[in-house]
Write a protein that binds this ligand. Structure first.
Ligand code: SF4
Ligand code: SF4
Length: 480
């Protein structure tokens, strides 16, 4: 039985809004650069053009779902080449493992779309409502004309960003200028409008209202990445041995970074690191799942250290191994010496291996493909003059931007006569970027060795105008 004086544990607490304070410094500048680059890549890419020939789409990056193709500048991936996409996805995963094991949550802190768009929304908020203190005052104030005006302005700009974000997404799946025209006159496919609506809503809600909650509760990555990190992983941490005991430092009072060491630590308990944190946490409490290692607390604390004349780095990027060494008075090693280690080298090796394999496969692939299926019902027919004829279904895929004549033949002739249904010669023209299905006949004259042999292995050859040749093995059935 519980005592009436003891409060039951709280299983739920409402979200405390976070008002991150503006900060400047090298990590903030790095975040600006990455934000600018990633947003520019996202919004501009669908508008880049790439000439592939008259019959081909001229959008540089296009996921052409209707024709089941993926275009990336000069590369065109067909459905049967999906292993390229699979390889790139595996590389992206391994790249993430590599960066996480070497540099902790750099993806979360700098490049994750949730981080980038939230950062953008936070800046709009700051621009409209002012910095942290002004935002807190506005949040606590009653709803009046000013508050309504500021909120509506902020939400309107957030909404414009959200619509642009959703709009940019659909441009990756069809010709962007055509789709934009159709969207504006209400003639686009309903799926395009629905996709934009969903992307707009998620951007607006995730970036505007759910921010850190997405990272903490919805994203599985913070839980998974723990398996990739160890005590050599570089992460943002507080030098507790140097900062504690924290407290205001009176004029002339010695601290631990002075020589000789004094009583107090270097942390003056100013909360600058907490106030700038977009996740609303205190890094001085140790490693936390919520920390996305954006390093803004480093910028904030370094600024304070400069002001009070103490060495920078009270909060710093460091390996936990070094933190432990420093705590007992030893020197930590150079940051970059933690990066090459068996785990990171293994990830890098696998990543490079797949990358090299994909590049080699890309440069070795033929500009056309073929596959052949012998018609088995019947295996062969005997013509009126006693010749034996086999029939084949040949699929010839022209992967080039212009129509191309292809010549078919049998390797070493083998005494077989080749003809193509509907064609007057052994050459067919296949339109640009398409597949032709051909019915091909091979005939062995009566009495020839091939006509009298049961089953013979043969090789069908296809060559294009440039002399590039491709072959495929099949069989010829003669009379037993
Ligand atoms: S910014 Fe630095 S000095 Fe201020 S509270 Fe944080 S750790 Fe302490
Ligand atoms: S504790 Fe520091 S590094 Fe971690 S999320 Fe907050 S500001 Fe970023």
């Amino acid at each position: 039985m519980s005592s009436p004086d003891i409060d039951p544990p709280r299983l739920y607490s409402a979200r405390e809004p976070i008002f991150p304070k503006a900060v400047s410094g090298p990590f903030r500048r790095l975040k600006w650069i990455i934000m600018g680059l990633t947003l520019a890549i996202y919004y501009i890419t669908p508008w880049l053009r790439w000439d592939r020939g008259p019959a081909m789409p001229d959008q540089a990056v296009l996921v052409d779902l209707a024709n089941r193709r993926f275009f990336f500048f000069w590369i065109e991936i067909w459905p049967h080449e999906f292993y390229f996409v699979a390889g790139l996805l595996v590389m992206a995963g391994l790249g993430l493992f590599l960066f996480t094991s070497a540099l902790g949550r750099v993806w979360c802190g700098y490049a994750c779309p949730q981080t980038v768009w939230t950062d953008l929304y936070v800046h709009v908020e700051r621009w409209i409502e002012g910095d942290r203190n002004a935002q807190i005052r506005l949040w606590r104030s009653k709803w009046d004309a000013r508050k309504v005006r500021l909120r509506l302005t902020k939400w309107a700009i957030w909404l414009v960003i959200a619509v642009l974000t959703g709009g940019a997404w659909v441009f990756y799946f069809t010709d962007a200028p055509t789709l934009l025209g159709n969207l504006l006159i209400g003639q686009a496919h309903p799926v395009a409008y629905m996709t934009i609506a969903v992307m707009t809503a998620t951007t607006f809600i995730f970036g505007g209202f759910m921010r850190e909650q997405i990272c903490i509760y919805a994203c599985p990555w913070p839980r998974i990445q723990g398996a990739m990190m160890d005590e050599d992983t570089l992460t943002v941490a507080y030098r507790e041995w140097r900062g504690e005991p924290r407290g205001k430092i009176l004029k002339g009072e010695a601290t631990k970074s002075d020589i000789p060491p004094g009583e107090k630590g270097d942390c003056i308990d100013c909360f600058a690191c907490v106030n700038v944190c977009p996740m609303g946490i205190d890094i001085r409490d140790g490693q936390q799942l919520e920390c996305i290692t954006c390093a803004l607390c480093i910028d904030a604390c370094d600024e304070i250290m400069d002001r009070i004349g103490k060495p920078r780095g009270l909060i710093d990027y460091m390996a936990l191994k070094d933190e432990t060494a420093e705590r007992i008075g030893n020197e930590g090693s150079s940051l970059w010496r933690h990066v090459p280690r068996p785990r990171t080298l293994l990830y890098f090796g696998l990543w490079s291996l797949i990358g090299v394999g994909l590049v080699v496969a890309l440069f070795m692939r033929s500009p056309f493909d073929l596959n052949v299926t012998p018609v088995r019902n019947p295996l062969f027919v005997t013509l009126s003059d006693g010749a034996i004829r086999n029939t084949y279904e040949l699929r010839l895929r022209n992967k080039q931007g212009g129509e191309m004549p292809f010549t078919l033949s049998v390797a070493d002739g083998k005494g077989l006569v080749l003809s193509i249904e509907g064609a007057e010669s052994d050459t067919v023209v296949v339109p640009a970027d398409s597949t032709a299905t051909l019915r091909v006949y091979l005939t062995a004259p009566a009495g020839s060795p091939m006509a009298q042999t049961g089953t013979s292995d043969i090789e069908l050859l296809v060559s294009d105008q440039a002399g590039i040749e491709s072959s495929i093995d099949t069989v010829f059935h003669g009379r037993d």
